[in-house]
Write a protein that binds this ligand. Structure first.
Ligand code: SAM
Length: 240
């Protein structure tokens, strides 16, 4: 829906399709997985601790229309903005630290694209729910849980609610207890769940980063519950 540092827009297609009627994103950000393909037609519950990010969702769900979005002013290179919705379009993880930002050519362009995208998609999310709070405040429902926290370590440090504030062992215990299925995202090196590689992402300056995934399904009846232990650990490559 909008530009967001760490969003899963480009790689949403590589994750397993949701098997449950409800999708919960307990670390919402811009919720690219819930928005992808026809996923948005499900019941979608977002949880986000950053009040400013949650407020964008509240506005999109409850107030915004395509017309009101398109009426928002364009940004011009060199001017300044203190609007958080503008600031996150600056394409830098430092964005969360800024109160005011000077519009760069990148920000001007990102905002122009985002306005069009938000206007075209806002009708898709009117039935979604947003909870502003900690991931543990998500409702205990059977769902496809798309768990995409700030990655452990440096790469998850940019956010206002960053990796420094997350107890990853507790998060893993909480995730394993979810009903339905769990799609859990991490970066290379994370070992608090048995992650497997999903894909390598090419970044700027020829740098690549590896996206990891842990998948678990506790759905009943469970097609893949051949071992009878109620747990099926599916390699994502088999589910594409
Ligand atoms: C990696 S981003 C999610 C990106 C998202 N999947 C997307 O496609 O845009 C992680 C998000 O989790 C939020 N967050 C951090 N700690 C949290 C917590 N304890 N509970 C809920 N949300 C949290 C951050 O503010 C950030 O928006």
């Amino acid at each position: 829906m909008f530009y967001y540092y760490g969003r899963k827009k480009q790689i949403a297609k590589y994750y397993p399709k949701p098997n449950c009627d409800t999708i919960v994103e307990p670390f919402a950000g811009a919720a690219a997985y819930s928005h992808y393909g026809s996923n948005w037609t499900r019941q979608v519950i977002l949880v986000e601790k950053d009040e400013k990010v949650a407020e964008i969702w509240r506005w999109l769900i409850e107030e915004a229309t395509a017309e009101s979005i398109l009426r928002m002013p364009d940004l011009k290179v060199g001017e300044k903005s203190s609007e958080f919705l503008h600031i996150i379009h600056a394409a830098t993880k430092m964005a969360f630290k800024f109160r005011t930002i000077k519009v760069t050519p990148v920000l001007e362009r990102n905002w122009e694209i985002s306005k069009r995208k938000m206007a075209a998609s806002v009708h898709k999310i009117k039935h979604w729910q947003i909870v502003c709070g900690d991931y543990t405040e998500a409702p205990d429902v059977e769902a496809t849980w798309f768990v995409d926290p700030p990655y452990r370590g440096d790469s998850g440090m940019g956010y206002r609610h960053s990796s420094a504030h997350i107890d990853y062992e507790s998060l893993a215990t909480w995730a394993l207890a979810r009903r339905g299925e769990v799609i859990f995202c991490e970066g290379d090196g994370a070992d608090y769940l048995p992650f497997v590689p999903l894909l390598d992402l090419k970044g700027v300056a020829g740098k690549t980063s590896r996206e990891m995934i842990y998948y678990q399904s506790n759905r009943r009846p469970l097609q893949l519950d051949l071992l009878g232990d109620g747990l099926a650990h599916i390699q994502p490559s088999l589910t594409r």
